[in-house]
Design a protein around this ligand. Structure first.
Ligand code: PLP
Length: 413
């Protein structure tokens, strides 16, 4: 995979979005220039675009072990989450009015959270499952929450976007199936795609959300895996594209790029994962050894988190100030979800994990991509150390910070 980056800056916000791979750009260009037909048109211009969408469907399906016919293209991961959760909930309730209960976790992305809130406003009851200090969903609570008669949908993400924790979805699906065959299981796999192996048949899910721009594909393209036979109500009405689940003329160039990005990942996934794991190990090690009062957050077992996301608390520092200072020095990072930063709200994910306000406010997410290098990581840590020191000098907590209390090697302390 070849990626052109801004070499004068260090981009460590790949969980928010990624640079488009050169091979993807090349694949997209004809669909922005000469191949401008409408894929539904009955002439060669339309046919060329239809063919390209079909190829992309195969490429996306291959990456997640699905049948191409089970992939629906959407305008984003957010749209796929909405179609899956609301569509499944409304279909179930229409068939059986008792089916008015949804189960999700307390650490979902806003696309899932807001869909659930919307369903609550429309008469559904939603159970938000708690998580432990590493962000792992409580399986016992899932079991307790299921109502054979009332539960319509369970939606639990595969990997979290702030902390990187991977949920044991296969186990959760088994728990749900033991109670009922009638409950649809949805997982938001946006942050897991390309970072861990995904096989939707093995996971056993009915619905799964994907997004292109997190895997070096273009923005504005997403996907929904919909296992054959899963029934979902149409929430976007129109010309009937994408099995009538996402009407609207297809974003052909976006879909073509998404397909190509999936193909590239599939060809190089082992190398990408190995390289990124090495970089994130280096990043964690350097930060906790070189920066005082820095705590690594999330599971210490690398099998329980995606390799590209690392999360820290720098005590006595405000995360937003940290981001701005880092940006001044050419390092792009995040405090968590890009969507929540716009609204500057406190992270519901870290709250659910039991973090106190100082732990939340001093938090920083660094997320890596295949284009990052060892040199960049070393340079970013040097900048980070300087910026943290500078901000602590001006911190109102300067004289009250107890260095001995924050042992960097003990997470959760
Ligand atoms: N779900 C998760 C876990 C995400 O991290 C994101 C994006 O940050 C989304 C959904 C939304 O995807 P999109 O940006 O394609 O709407």
């Amino acid at each position: 995979m070849s990626i052109n980056t801004h070499r004068s800056k260090i981009y460590l916000d790949n969980a928010a979005s990624t640079p488009i791979a050169d091979e993807v750009v090349q694949e997209i260009i004809p669909y922005l220039t000469t191949h401008y037909g409408n894929p539904s048109s009955l002439h060669s211009f339309g046919y060329d675009c239809r063919k390209a969408i079909n190829l992309a469907r195969k490429q996306v399906a291959s990456l997640v072990g699905a049948k191409p016919s089970d992939i629906i293209f959407t305008g984003s991961g957010t749209e796929a989450d909405n179609i899956a959760i609301k569509g499944a909930a409304y279909y179930a309730r229409k068939k059986d009015p008792r089916k008015s209960h949804i189960i999700t976790s307390a650490i979902e992305h806003d696309a899932v959270m807001e869909s659930c809130l919307d369903l609550e406003r429309n008469g559904f009851e939603v159970s938000y499952l708690p998580v432990d200090h590493d962000g792992l969903v409580d399986a016992g609570k899932l079991e307790e929450s299921i109502s054979k008669e009332k539960t319509a949908v369970v939606s639990i993400m595969l990997a979290n976007n702030e902390i990187g924790t991977i949920q044991p979805i296969q186990r959760f699906v088994r728990i749900v199936r033991r109670r009922s065959d009638d409950i649809l299981f949805h997982t938001d796999a946006v942050q897991a795609l390309g970072k861990i192996g995904i096989n939707c048949s093995e996971l056993g899910v009915d619905l799964m959300t994907l997004s292109s721009h997190k895997i070096n594909g273009p923005k504005g393209a997403g996907g929904l895996y919909l296992r054959e036979g899963s029934k979902v109500y149409t929430i976007i009405s129109g010309g009937g594209q994408e099995k009538s689940l996402r009407s609207g003329t297809e974003n052909v160039h976006g879909i073509v790029g998404f397909g190509k990005a999936c193909e590239l990942i599939l060809q190089r996934s082992d190398k990408i994962k190995r390289d990124i794991s090495q970089l994130s190990d280096q990043l964690v090690k350097q930060i906790i050894t070189e920066i005082p009062m820095a705590r690594y957050n999330g599971p210490s077992d690398s099998n329980l988190r995606v390799p590209n996301i690392v999360h820290f608390t720098f005590f006595g520092v405000n995360g937003e100030d940290l981001l701005m200072k880092l940006d001044e020095h050419g390092v792009a990072a995040s405090t968590g979800s890009a969507c929540s930063v716009i609204r500057q709200k406190e992270s519901h994910v870290l709250r659910a994990m039991g973090f106190s306000l100082p732990e939340i406010s001093g938090s920083l997410r660094l997320s890596l991509g295949p284009q990052n290098t060892k040199e960049e990581i070393g340079h970013a840590v040097t900048i980070l150390r300087g910026v943290v020191e500078e901000l602590r000098e001006f911190s109102p907590l300067k004289y009250t910070l107890d260095r001995n209390r924050y042992n960097p090697n003990i997470h959760g302390g």
